[in-house]
Design a protein. Structure first.
Lengths: 503, 118
């Protein structure tokens, strides 16, 4: 079905950013525009989501060029769900950054760049053209470079060099892959590629091309041998920025991986084994990395890596059940990981440090906030019936069906270590008495009440969404079931894009 | 012509990868630029090079009758050049700032243990 409103989530962010550029250096106006724009974006995303639920896959041909020739935008259940989640995270981060960031950073254009970043994410989720996906990836990385370096402290710039080098390299791999893919098939439309790639005789060449995509998206989503840029850069920018990065940027790599593997390079035995090895190693190394970290944000960075492994493992099995697990975990992870970094920002505001050795006594001083944070931490660990628990059932079920006992073991180890580090963090940060009471720098107490509210509200919003995902799991399972059916059987997607031209 | 391009692509990729693996920040930057150029020529080559037949349909025909030069790779390269221009200029400014702060060109020096951060 043709529907021009698909582009609305992209344009809302674009126009918000442009409007903010007109109010350069007027940070109060920019804050209102940012929150307003994010809320409109959320409403538009909800509308798109309900339309896709009701009418099935929607498409839009740019400039009315017919499907394989022009650029096409596609909103299937998967895209629409991710657009919705991105919009929710966008509202939360926008609210949080309006009080948590220093005015200096806002003066140098934090808000417009933030909205360009969200625009890039929405575009990447909605596009149906592989080169357009590359362009939106570049929009994402150039905005993220600026956000990462904004402020210009030494640690930030050092992290940014690693981040920049690896991400540009990933784009090169991706672009090389696109070049070869165009050379062997002569098309860039993903649905058309799905059909044309089957006609290619030289299967080895197709396999090698798929490796370029796996490496490119692997760097972006931070999987085992390629993730070292993530823990050495994600703890450096302000917490609001780290929340956007941790919650959304690695996940767009996973999205692209799922999209490419489900449409173009249907995983063969080699790809499955490769991805499974990557997944197991990612879980193990990420979990072990988290064990030894004493800084809250570095610990969270390693947990991102660990949990990326869960999703890659689901992709590696590539059965319907396993993909349901992956997609459900993706939904859970976007909400929880964004929230984790917002919580890190709140802890820093409450205590002036993120070093677990110096922290303590938060539960004594702020019991209500601590209980709210506890719910999020429980969801992350996957205590039933919260949101982290359900996807793991599907992943286990998939692993046992396919006899991937190594992956099941890695899942157990990964979940157990997550539980251990989070329990350690809880006792250190919330229960323990702070070692040097007088050194603590509480910047939260002197804040005005509405600013306090704006700081806690985004965490509460994301926490409530997480609770909803966990407690109303049946609805989410229905959605993931639909998504994974569409992913396993791509004929619906292809038909929606190419329409009746095939018959 | 094809063979020449293939050799150039190989050289650009090889030297790009070699330079990226060095420890110097300037060489990292040059390596990224060379890799980008190599990728652009690769797209150009894989779009099947055709001499002297522009993609313009003869008035008498409804469809293309013979092999024509495909304009899409050129559009892709143009986009990629613009994007890599923006990325490279950002990278130059970033590396210049890092050099001013760290006072070293060595990538191994970028490990300031600064745990206290915002």
């Amino acid at each position: 079905m043709i529907d021009n409103h698909i582009l609305a989530p992209i344009f809302v962010q674009l126009f918000t950013a442009i409007a903010q550029l007109m109010f350069w250096r007027k940070t109060v106006t920019q804050r209102f525009l940012s929150v307003g724009g994010s809320i409109i974006g959320l409403l538009v995303a909800i509308r798109l989501f309900t339309r896709v639920q009701a009418d099935g896959i929607l498409t839009m041909n740019a400039a009315n060029w017919d499907a394989p020739f022009g650029i096409v935008f596609v909103a299937d259940a998967f895209s629409a769900t991710l657009v919705l989640l991105t919009s929710i995270a966008g509202v939360a981060v926008s609210l949080f950054s309006s009080v948590s960031l220093s005015r200096q950073r806002m003066l140098y254009g934090y808000f417009p760049i933030f909205h360009f970043l969200i625009m890039g994410l929405q575009g990447a989720f909605l596009t149906g053209d592989i080169f357009n996906l590359y362009v939106f990836f570049e929009v994402i990385i150039i905005s993220s470079f600026v956000l990462m370096t904004l402020g210009g402290r030494k640690a930030q710039l050092e992290g940014a060099v690693k981040y920049m080098a690896m991400n540009i390299l990933a784009s090169m791999f991706f672009l090389t892959g696109i070049g070869i893919l165009y050379g062997i098939t002569g098309t860039l439309n993903m649905a058309d590629l799905a059909l044309k790639i089957q006609l290619v005789q030289n299967k080895t060449l197709v396999g090698i091309t798929s490796c370029f995509f796996i490496i490119g998206f692997g760097i972006k989503s931070a999987v085992f041998p390629l993730y070292y840029w993530l823990p050495s850069s994600y703890h450096t920018p302000p917490s609001a920025v780290a929340a956007t990065f941790g919650g959304l940027l690695t996940k767009v790599g996973i999205y692209a991986l799922i999209r490419v593997l489900s449409l173009i390079f249907i995983p063969d035995d080699f790809t499955r084994t490769l991805l499974m090895g990557i997944a197991v190693m990612t879980i193990i190394t990420g979990a072990f990395g988290a064990l030894i970290k004493t800084n809250v944000r570095r610990l969270f960075s390693y947990l991102i890596v660990c949990h990326i492994g869960f999703m890659v493992g689901g992709i590696a099995m590539f059965t319907k059940i396993a993909l349901m697990g992956t997609v459900f975990y993706l939904i859970h992870d976007i909400m929880v990981k964004t929230n984790m970094f917002l919580i890190a920002g709140l802890i820093r505001q409450l205590r002036g440090t993120l070093d677990m050795g110096k922290l303590g006594g938060l539960y004594r001083d702020y019991p209500k906030i601590s209980l709210m944070i506890a719910i999020v931490l429980f969801s992350l660990v996957g205590i039933p019936p919260l949101s982290g628990f359900w996807p793991k059932i599907f992943l286990f079920q998939g692993a046992f069906e396919m006899h991937h006992y190594f992956f099941a073991a890695a899942l157990i180890i990964g979940s157990f270590i997550t539980l251990y580090v989070i329990a350690k963090m809880w006792s250190q940060v919330f229960w323990k008495n702070p070692p040097q009471e007088d050194l603590l720098d509480d910047r939260f107490a002197p804040m005005r009440p509405y600013r306090k509210l704006l700081m806690v509200l985004p965490i509460l919003i994301l926490g409530v969404v997480t609770l909803y995902v966990g407690l109303n799991a049946e609805a989410i399972i229905n959605i993931t079931d639909k998504i994974s059916s569409q992913l396993m059987d791509n004929s619906e997607y292809i038909e929606a894009v190419l329409g009746d031209k095939t018959n | 012509m094809e063979l020449l391009l293939v050799i150039i692509i190989g050289l650009l990729y090889a030297s790009g990868v070699y330079l990226i693996l060095r420890r110097s920040m300037v060489k990292l930057l040059l390596g990224i630029m060379l890799l980008g150029n190599g990728t652009n020529i690769l797209i150009f080559l894989l779009g099947k090079i055709t001499k002297g037949s522009p993609p313009v349909i003869n008035e008498a025909y409804k469809v293309f009758q013979d092999i024509y030069a495909d304009p899409i790779p050129q559009a892709l390269i143009l986009t990629a050049i613009v994007i890599s221009f923006a990325l490279t200029s950002f990278a130059i400014v970033l590396l210049k700032r890092v050099y001013a702060l760290v006072d070293s060109d060595d990538l191994d020096d970028l490990n300031t243990p600064e745990e206290e951060d915002l």
